[in-house]
Write a protein that binds this ligand. Sequence first.
Ligand code: ADP
Ligand code: ASP
Ligand code: MG
Length: 403
Amino acid sequence: MKIVVQKYGGSSLSTLEKIDSVASRIARREKGGEDRLVLVVSAMGETTNDLTRMAYDLSPDPPARELDMLLATGEQVSIALMAMALHKHGVDAISYTGPQIGLKTDTLHTQAKVLGIDSGKIQKQIDLGRVVIVAGFQGVTAENDVTTLGRGGSDITAMALAVGLRADRLEKCTDSDGVYTADPRIYRSAKRIDRLSYEEMLEMSFSGAKILHPRAVFFAWKYRVPILVKHSEMDGSGTWIEELEEDVEQPIISNVTHDVTVAKLTVYGVPDRPGMAFRIFDCLSERGVGVDMIVQSTTKRLVNDISFTIKRGDLAKAREGLEKLAADCEGMEIEADDRVAKLTLVGLGIRSDSSVAKDMFKALADEEINVEMIATSDVKISCVISEDQVKTGVRALCRRFFP
Ligand code: ADP
Ligand code: ASP
Ligand code: MG
Protein backbone atom coordinates (compact mmCIF):
# COMPACT_ATOMS: atom_id res chain seq x y z
CA MET A 1 0.00 0.00 0.00
CA LYS A 2 1.15 3.50 -0.77
CA ILE A 3 1.75 6.11 1.93
CA VAL A 4 0.20 9.51 1.22
CA VAL A 5 1.05 12.52 3.40
CA GLN A 6 -1.75 15.05 3.54
CA LYS A 7 -1.23 18.56 4.88
CA TYR A 8 -4.15 20.66 6.10
CA GLY A 9 -3.62 24.42 6.52
CA GLY A 10 -5.13 26.61 9.22
CA SER A 11 -7.93 27.98 7.02
CA SER A 12 -9.15 24.42 6.36
CA LEU A 13 -9.34 23.77 10.13
CA SER A 14 -10.56 27.13 11.40
CA THR A 15 -13.68 25.79 13.19
CA LEU A 16 -14.74 22.54 14.88
CA GLU A 17 -17.22 22.04 12.00
CA LYS A 18 -14.40 22.22 9.47
CA ILE A 19 -12.25 19.76 11.47
CA ASP A 20 -15.24 17.43 11.65
CA SER A 21 -15.90 17.73 7.95
CA VAL A 22 -12.25 17.01 7.05
CA ALA A 23 -12.34 14.00 9.43
CA SER A 24 -15.49 12.61 7.82
CA ARG A 25 -13.93 12.88 4.35
CA ILE A 26 -10.82 11.08 5.63
CA ALA A 27 -13.03 8.38 7.18
CA ARG A 28 -14.76 7.80 3.82
CA ARG A 29 -11.40 7.59 2.07
CA GLU A 30 -10.06 5.20 4.71
CA LYS A 31 -12.99 2.85 4.11
CA GLY A 32 -12.00 2.78 0.42
CA GLY A 33 -8.67 1.55 1.83
CA GLU A 34 -6.41 2.50 -1.07
CA ASP A 35 -3.72 4.55 0.66
CA ARG A 36 -2.18 4.77 4.13
CA LEU A 37 -2.67 8.32 5.33
CA VAL A 38 -0.35 10.47 7.45
CA LEU A 39 -1.81 13.88 8.25
CA VAL A 40 0.13 17.04 9.07
CA VAL A 41 -2.01 19.83 10.49
CA SER A 42 -1.56 23.55 11.10
CA ALA A 43 -2.97 25.58 13.97
CA MET A 44 -6.67 26.46 13.64
CA GLY A 45 -7.47 29.60 11.61
CA GLU A 46 -5.64 32.66 12.89
CA THR A 47 -4.26 30.96 16.02
CA THR A 48 -0.59 31.56 15.22
CA ASN A 49 -1.26 35.26 14.56
CA ASP A 50 -3.27 35.53 17.79
CA LEU A 51 -0.55 33.86 19.85
CA THR A 52 2.12 36.10 18.30
CA ARG A 53 0.03 39.17 19.10
CA MET A 54 -0.39 38.02 22.71
CA ALA A 55 3.36 37.66 23.10
CA TYR A 56 4.09 41.16 21.72
CA ASP A 57 1.23 42.73 23.69
CA LEU A 58 2.94 41.46 26.80
CA SER A 59 6.53 42.23 25.89
CA PRO A 60 8.18 44.24 23.11
CA ASP A 61 10.98 41.70 22.80
CA PRO A 62 9.87 38.22 23.89
CA PRO A 63 12.68 35.65 24.12
CA ALA A 64 12.63 33.53 20.94
CA ARG A 65 12.74 30.29 22.95
CA GLU A 66 9.57 31.25 24.82
CA LEU A 67 7.87 32.42 21.61
CA ASP A 68 8.41 28.92 20.25
CA MET A 69 6.97 27.36 23.41
CA LEU A 70 3.88 29.49 22.88
CA LEU A 71 3.48 29.14 19.10
CA ALA A 72 3.89 25.36 19.16
CA THR A 73 0.74 25.06 21.28
CA GLY A 74 -1.45 26.04 18.29
CA GLU A 75 -0.66 22.90 16.32
CA GLN A 76 -1.01 20.71 19.43
CA VAL A 77 -4.64 21.77 19.75
CA SER A 78 -5.30 20.80 16.12
CA ILE A 79 -3.74 17.32 16.28
CA ALA A 80 -5.72 16.38 19.39
CA LEU A 81 -9.02 17.65 17.98
CA MET A 82 -8.40 15.96 14.63
CA ALA A 83 -7.64 12.65 16.37
CA MET A 84 -10.87 12.95 18.41
CA ALA A 85 -12.88 13.78 15.28
CA LEU A 86 -11.43 10.78 13.43
CA HIS A 87 -12.22 8.45 16.35
CA LYS A 88 -15.79 9.74 16.30
CA HIS A 89 -15.98 8.78 12.62
CA GLY A 90 -14.67 5.29 13.37
CA VAL A 91 -11.05 5.79 12.29
CA ASP A 92 -8.22 4.50 14.47
CA ALA A 93 -5.96 7.55 14.66
CA ILE A 94 -3.10 8.72 16.87
CA SER A 95 -1.62 12.20 17.25
CA TYR A 96 1.98 13.26 17.84
CA THR A 97 3.76 16.56 18.39
CA GLY A 98 6.96 17.32 16.46
CA PRO A 99 9.20 16.50 19.45
CA GLN A 100 7.37 13.18 19.97
CA ILE A 101 8.24 11.98 16.47
CA GLY A 102 11.84 13.16 16.89
CA LEU A 103 11.71 15.95 14.35
CA LYS A 104 15.16 17.33 15.11
CA THR A 105 16.08 20.90 14.25
CA ASP A 106 18.93 23.35 14.78
CA THR A 107 18.68 25.91 17.56
CA LEU A 108 17.56 28.93 15.52
CA HIS A 109 14.32 29.61 17.41
CA THR A 110 11.32 30.76 15.29
CA GLN A 111 13.24 29.95 12.06
CA ALA A 112 14.65 26.50 12.82
CA LYS A 113 15.90 24.18 10.07
CA VAL A 114 15.00 20.49 10.03
CA LEU A 115 18.01 18.24 10.62
CA GLY A 116 16.29 14.86 10.61
CA ILE A 117 13.21 12.91 11.50
CA ASP A 118 12.62 9.55 13.15
CA SER A 119 10.10 8.00 10.79
CA GLY A 120 10.31 4.60 12.55
CA LYS A 121 7.73 5.54 15.18
CA ILE A 122 5.23 6.67 12.54
CA GLN A 123 5.90 3.65 10.36
CA LYS A 124 5.07 1.36 13.31
CA GLN A 125 1.69 3.07 13.76
CA ILE A 126 1.01 2.89 10.02
CA ASP A 127 1.75 -0.84 10.15
CA LEU A 128 -0.81 -1.15 12.96
CA GLY A 129 -3.37 0.32 10.56
CA ARG A 130 -3.61 3.74 12.21
CA VAL A 131 -3.93 7.16 10.67
CA VAL A 132 -1.06 9.20 12.12
CA ILE A 133 -1.59 12.91 12.77
CA VAL A 134 1.50 15.06 13.22
CA ALA A 135 1.68 18.66 14.44
CA GLY A 136 3.21 20.80 11.70
CA PHE A 137 5.66 23.69 12.12
CA GLN A 138 7.45 22.37 15.23
CA GLY A 139 10.49 20.36 16.20
CA VAL A 140 13.02 19.92 18.96
CA THR A 141 16.72 20.68 19.40
CA ALA A 142 19.37 18.24 20.60
CA GLU A 143 18.85 19.87 24.05
CA ASN A 144 15.10 19.05 23.92
CA ASP A 145 14.02 22.67 23.45
CA VAL A 146 10.90 23.17 21.34
CA THR A 147 11.47 25.07 18.09
CA THR A 148 9.29 26.30 15.22
CA LEU A 149 10.19 26.32 11.54
CA GLY A 150 9.02 29.80 10.50
CA ARG A 151 5.61 30.95 9.24
CA GLY A 152 3.98 28.48 6.87
CA GLY A 153 6.35 25.83 8.24
CA SER A 154 3.79 23.00 8.36
CA ASP A 155 4.48 22.51 4.66
CA ILE A 156 8.10 21.77 5.59
CA THR A 157 7.05 19.22 8.24
CA ALA A 158 4.79 17.53 5.70
CA MET A 159 7.54 17.34 3.10
CA ALA A 160 10.12 16.10 5.64
CA LEU A 161 7.69 13.30 6.54
CA ALA A 162 6.94 12.51 2.90
CA VAL A 163 10.67 12.14 2.24
CA GLY A 164 11.34 10.20 5.47
CA LEU A 165 8.45 7.78 4.86
CA ARG A 166 9.17 7.48 1.12
CA ALA A 167 5.60 8.54 0.51
CA ASP A 168 4.01 8.25 -2.89
CA ARG A 169 3.08 11.96 -2.80
CA LEU A 170 2.25 14.97 -0.66
CA GLU A 171 -1.31 16.21 -0.93
CA LYS A 172 -1.46 19.87 0.11
CA CYS A 173 -5.11 20.35 1.09
CA THR A 174 -5.94 24.03 1.27
CA ASP A 175 -8.64 26.64 0.61
CA SER A 176 -7.93 26.76 -3.13
CA ASP A 177 -8.57 23.88 -5.55
CA GLY A 178 -5.15 24.18 -7.11
CA VAL A 179 -2.51 26.64 -8.24
CA TYR A 180 -3.85 29.41 -10.46
CA THR A 181 -2.26 31.72 -13.03
CA ALA A 182 -2.48 34.44 -10.32
CA ASP A 183 -3.80 34.68 -6.77
CA PRO A 184 -7.55 34.15 -7.32
CA ARG A 185 -8.27 36.64 -4.52
CA ILE A 186 -6.72 39.38 -6.65
CA TYR A 187 -7.79 38.25 -10.13
CA ARG A 188 -11.03 36.32 -10.19
CA SER A 189 -10.63 35.22 -13.82
CA ALA A 190 -7.32 33.46 -13.06
CA LYS A 191 -7.14 29.97 -14.55
CA ARG A 192 -6.20 26.79 -12.78
CA ILE A 193 -2.90 25.20 -13.85
CA ASP A 194 -2.91 21.39 -14.31
CA ARG A 195 0.83 20.75 -13.98
CA LEU A 196 3.82 22.79 -12.88
CA SER A 197 7.51 21.93 -12.70
CA TYR A 198 9.30 22.06 -9.35
CA GLU A 199 11.38 24.92 -10.73
CA GLU A 200 8.35 27.07 -11.53
CA MET A 201 6.70 26.33 -8.19
CA LEU A 202 9.92 27.16 -6.34
CA GLU A 203 10.15 30.49 -8.15
CA MET A 204 6.49 31.21 -7.36
CA SER A 205 7.02 30.44 -3.68
CA PHE A 206 10.14 32.61 -3.50
CA SER A 207 8.32 35.40 -5.33
CA GLY A 208 5.62 35.63 -2.70
CA ALA A 209 2.78 33.25 -3.69
CA LYS A 210 1.77 31.51 -0.49
CA ILE A 211 0.47 28.05 -1.53
CA LEU A 212 3.67 26.20 -0.60
CA HIS A 213 6.67 27.09 1.55
CA PRO A 214 9.78 27.41 -0.66
CA ARG A 215 11.76 25.01 1.55
CA ALA A 216 9.07 22.36 1.11
CA VAL A 217 9.25 22.75 -2.68
CA PHE A 218 13.03 22.62 -2.55
CA PHE A 219 12.91 19.27 -0.69
CA ALA A 220 10.23 17.94 -3.02
CA TRP A 221 12.43 18.74 -6.00
CA LYS A 222 15.57 17.30 -4.41
CA TYR A 223 13.89 13.99 -3.53
CA ARG A 224 11.45 13.99 -6.49
CA VAL A 225 8.30 13.81 -4.34
CA PRO A 226 5.21 14.76 -6.40
CA ILE A 227 2.88 17.31 -4.79
CA LEU A 228 -0.85 17.60 -5.46
CA VAL A 229 -2.37 20.95 -4.43
CA LYS A 230 -6.11 20.49 -3.92
CA HIS A 231 -9.10 21.80 -2.03
CA SER A 232 -9.55 20.39 1.47
CA GLU A 233 -13.33 20.08 1.11
CA MET A 234 -13.91 19.38 -2.57
CA ASP A 235 -13.29 16.40 -4.78
CA GLY A 236 -11.60 17.01 -8.07
CA SER A 237 -8.26 17.22 -9.65
CA GLY A 238 -6.09 20.11 -8.40
CA THR A 239 -2.57 20.97 -9.59
CA TRP A 240 0.34 18.52 -9.82
CA ILE A 241 3.86 19.74 -9.12
CA GLU A 242 6.37 17.28 -10.48
CA GLU A 243 9.31 16.72 -12.78
CA LEU A 244 8.32 17.87 -16.27
CA GLU A 245 10.23 16.50 -19.23
CA GLU A 246 9.26 19.29 -21.63
CA ASP A 247 11.99 20.62 -23.87
CA VAL A 248 11.44 24.36 -23.81
CA GLU A 249 12.11 26.05 -27.13
CA GLN A 250 9.29 28.55 -26.72
CA PRO A 251 8.76 30.18 -23.34
CA ILE A 252 5.80 28.79 -21.42
CA ILE A 253 4.42 31.49 -19.11
CA SER A 254 2.74 29.84 -16.14
CA ASN A 255 1.69 32.60 -13.74
CA VAL A 256 1.87 36.06 -12.24
CA THR A 257 2.94 36.30 -8.60
CA HIS A 258 2.98 39.31 -6.32
CA ASP A 259 4.51 40.06 -2.94
CA VAL A 260 3.54 42.99 -0.75
CA THR A 261 5.81 42.03 2.14
CA VAL A 262 8.93 43.66 0.68
CA ALA A 263 10.68 46.98 1.26
CA LYS A 264 13.24 48.83 -0.85
CA LEU A 265 16.38 50.37 0.62
CA THR A 266 18.66 52.73 -1.29
CA VAL A 267 22.12 53.69 -0.16
CA TYR A 268 23.12 56.94 -1.91
CA GLY A 269 26.66 58.17 -2.30
CA VAL A 270 28.56 54.90 -1.87
CA PRO A 271 32.26 55.61 -2.60
CA ASP A 272 33.23 53.85 -5.86
CA ARG A 273 36.03 51.64 -4.48
CA PRO A 274 36.56 47.96 -3.72
CA GLY A 275 35.06 46.70 -0.46
CA MET A 276 32.11 49.11 -0.16
CA ALA A 277 29.48 46.63 -1.41
CA PHE A 278 31.01 44.09 0.95
CA ARG A 279 30.62 46.46 3.94
CA ILE A 280 26.97 47.13 3.14
CA PHE A 281 25.97 43.50 2.68
CA ASP A 282 28.15 42.30 5.54
CA CYS A 283 26.33 44.72 7.85
CA LEU A 284 22.98 43.27 6.68
CA SER A 285 24.15 39.67 6.93
CA GLU A 286 25.38 40.25 10.50
CA ARG A 287 21.83 41.24 11.40
CA GLY A 288 20.33 38.21 9.64
CA VAL A 289 18.71 40.36 6.92
CA GLY A 290 18.26 38.47 3.63
CA VAL A 291 18.60 40.55 0.45
CA ASP A 292 16.69 39.85 -2.75
CA MET A 293 17.01 42.16 -5.80
CA ILE A 294 20.12 44.37 -6.02
CA VAL A 295 20.70 47.26 -8.45
CA GLN A 296 23.77 49.50 -8.54
CA SER A 297 23.84 52.68 -10.59
CA THR A 298 27.10 54.48 -11.26
CA THR A 299 27.50 58.19 -11.56
CA LYS A 300 30.47 60.17 -12.85
CA ARG A 301 31.24 61.60 -9.41
CA LEU A 302 33.05 58.48 -8.14
CA VAL A 303 30.07 57.47 -6.05
CA ASN A 304 27.35 54.87 -6.64
CA ASP A 305 23.79 54.38 -5.52
CA ILE A 306 22.88 50.83 -4.47
CA SER A 307 19.24 49.78 -4.13
CA PHE A 308 18.01 46.43 -2.90
CA THR A 309 14.89 44.76 -1.57
CA ILE A 310 14.48 43.00 1.76
CA LYS A 311 11.58 41.59 3.79
CA ARG A 312 9.51 44.45 5.21
CA GLY A 313 9.76 42.93 8.69
CA ASP A 314 13.57 43.32 8.55
CA LEU A 315 13.46 47.03 7.70
CA ALA A 316 14.10 48.43 11.20
CA LYS A 317 17.22 46.33 11.87
CA ALA A 318 18.58 46.85 8.34
CA ARG A 319 18.14 50.61 8.64
CA GLU A 320 19.74 50.76 12.05
CA GLY A 321 22.83 48.91 10.73
CA LEU A 322 23.15 50.94 7.55
CA GLU A 323 22.75 54.24 9.37
CA LYS A 324 25.68 53.29 11.59
CA LEU A 325 27.71 52.55 8.46
CA ALA A 326 26.64 55.84 6.84
CA ALA A 327 27.81 57.75 9.91
CA ASP A 328 31.30 56.44 9.08
CA CYS A 329 31.22 57.39 5.37
CA GLU A 330 30.87 61.02 4.43
CA GLY A 331 28.07 61.78 1.97
CA MET A 332 26.37 58.39 2.34
CA GLU A 333 22.60 58.51 2.85
CA ILE A 334 19.95 55.85 3.40
CA GLU A 335 16.41 55.96 2.05
CA ALA A 336 13.77 53.35 2.87
CA ASP A 337 10.50 52.72 1.03
CA ASP A 338 8.04 50.26 2.54
CA ARG A 339 5.23 51.07 0.09
CA VAL A 340 6.59 48.90 -2.72
CA ALA A 341 5.63 45.48 -4.05
CA LYS A 342 7.27 42.84 -6.19
CA LEU A 343 5.50 41.64 -9.30
CA THR A 344 6.85 38.51 -10.99
CA LEU A 345 6.10 36.70 -14.22
CA VAL A 346 7.07 33.01 -13.93
CA GLY A 347 7.55 30.56 -16.77
CA LEU A 348 9.95 28.03 -18.24
CA GLY A 349 12.40 29.41 -20.78
CA ILE A 350 11.33 33.00 -20.14
CA ARG A 351 14.80 34.43 -20.79
CA SER A 352 15.08 32.74 -24.18
CA ASP A 353 12.60 35.17 -25.73
CA SER A 354 13.12 38.91 -25.23
CA SER A 355 9.58 39.65 -26.43
CA VAL A 356 8.29 38.41 -23.05
CA ALA A 357 10.04 41.27 -21.22
CA LYS A 358 8.87 43.74 -23.86
CA ASP A 359 5.24 42.56 -23.53
CA MET A 360 5.43 42.64 -19.74
CA PHE A 361 6.74 46.22 -19.60
CA LYS A 362 4.28 47.36 -22.28
CA ALA A 363 1.35 45.95 -20.27
CA LEU A 364 2.60 47.82 -17.18
CA ALA A 365 3.28 51.04 -19.11
CA ASP A 366 -0.28 50.97 -20.52
CA GLU A 367 -1.50 51.14 -16.91
CA GLU A 368 0.92 54.00 -16.08
CA ILE A 369 2.86 51.70 -13.72
CA ASN A 370 6.43 52.82 -13.11
CA VAL A 371 9.02 50.03 -12.85
CA GLU A 372 11.59 50.81 -10.11
CA MET A 373 13.81 47.72 -10.24
CA ILE A 374 14.11 44.65 -12.50
CA ALA A 375 15.62 41.19 -11.98
CA THR A 376 15.56 38.18 -14.30
CA SER A 377 16.43 34.48 -14.26
CA ASP A 378 15.73 31.54 -16.59
CA VAL A 379 12.26 31.17 -15.16
CA LYS A 380 11.19 34.68 -14.10
CA ILE A 381 11.12 38.41 -14.66
CA SER A 382 10.54 40.36 -11.43
CA CYS A 383 10.05 44.05 -10.97
CA VAL A 384 9.48 46.40 -8.07
CA ILE A 385 6.52 48.75 -8.39
CA SER A 386 4.47 50.88 -6.04
CA GLU A 387 2.32 48.84 -3.66
CA ASP A 388 -0.77 50.89 -4.58
CA GLN A 389 -0.55 49.61 -8.16
CA VAL A 390 0.04 45.95 -7.48
CA LYS A 391 -3.50 44.72 -8.10
CA THR A 392 -3.70 46.70 -11.35
CA GLY A 393 -0.33 45.22 -12.34
CA VAL A 394 -1.38 41.60 -11.62
CA ARG A 395 -4.56 42.06 -13.63
CA ALA A 396 -2.79 43.75 -16.54
CA LEU A 397 -0.24 40.93 -16.81
CA CYS A 398 -2.94 38.25 -16.54
CA ARG A 399 -4.93 39.89 -19.33
CA ARG A 400 -1.82 40.11 -21.49
CA PHE A 401 -0.42 36.60 -20.90
CA PHE A 402 -3.56 34.53 -20.13
CA PRO A 403 -6.28 36.19 -22.22
P1 ADP B 1 -2.57 26.95 3.92
O1 ADP B 1 -2.96 27.87 5.03
O2 ADP B 1 -3.58 25.89 3.60
O3 ADP B 1 -1.18 26.44 4.11
P2 ADP B 1 -1.79 29.13 2.24
O4 ADP B 1 -2.57 30.29 2.77
O5 ADP B 1 -0.37 29.03 2.63
O6 ADP B 1 -2.56 27.80 2.59
O7 ADP B 1 -1.92 29.09 0.66
C1 ADP B 1 -3.17 29.10 0.01
C2 ADP B 1 -3.49 30.53 -0.41
O8 ADP B 1 -2.54 30.95 -1.38
C3 ADP B 1 -4.84 30.67 -1.11
O9 ADP B 1 -5.82 31.06 -0.18
C4 ADP B 1 -4.59 31.77 -2.14
O10 ADP B 1 -5.24 32.98 -1.84
C5 ADP B 1 -3.10 32.02 -2.08
N1 ADP B 1 -2.52 32.09 -3.42
C6 ADP B 1 -1.62 33.03 -3.83
N2 ADP B 1 -1.31 32.85 -5.11
C7 ADP B 1 -2.02 31.80 -5.55
C8 ADP B 1 -2.13 31.14 -6.81
N3 ADP B 1 -1.42 31.54 -7.86
N4 ADP B 1 -2.94 30.06 -6.92
C9 ADP B 1 -3.65 29.64 -5.84
N5 ADP B 1 -3.60 30.22 -4.63
C10 ADP B 1 -2.80 31.29 -4.47
N1 ASP C 1 0.64 27.78 12.06
C1 ASP C 1 1.85 28.22 11.41
C2 ASP C 1 1.60 29.53 10.66
O1 ASP C 1 0.48 30.04 10.69
C3 ASP C 1 2.43 27.19 10.50
C4 ASP C 1 1.59 26.86 9.29
O2 ASP C 1 0.39 27.10 9.27
O3 ASP C 1 2.16 26.31 8.34
O4 ASP C 1 2.50 30.05 10.07
MG1 MG D 1 0.48 28.08 4.54
